[in-house]
Design a protein around this ligand. Sequence first.
Ligand code: FE
Length: 139
Amino acid sequence: MLYKKVNNKYVVRLNIGEDIVESVKKLAQEQHIRLGTVTGIGAVNKAEIGLFNTETREYHSTTLEEDMEIVSLAGNISEMNGEVYVHLHIALSNSEYNVKAGHLNMAVISATGELFIEVIDGHVDREFNEDIGLNLLKL
Ligand code: FE
């Protein structure tokens, strides 16, 4: 991972074999980013994406293993229990130009990853919501 800070934004390049979720978390920890937005494009060859089932309140996930373009990576950085909390969603297209998308658990870069992270001055916590079964933004 290489990055350059420009004003309140980080321009990030991820390299082959790096996991997107881990990398964003590592950057936020290293640079003390407590709140921000994440966008990105690039290419991956392995990803685990999920969907939250609102009835069972469980995440169901699937692993994709093929060459895929990141059509859209979107998400945010916040905090929970004093730790960095990264929440990302992704849309990935394959060799047939079909898109699969969901909550991002992990994705491995196959060529390059180009992420832009905007830092928001401030901090927002998360807390587990019993009714919904998710860690919601505490506002
Ligand atoms: Fe999600």
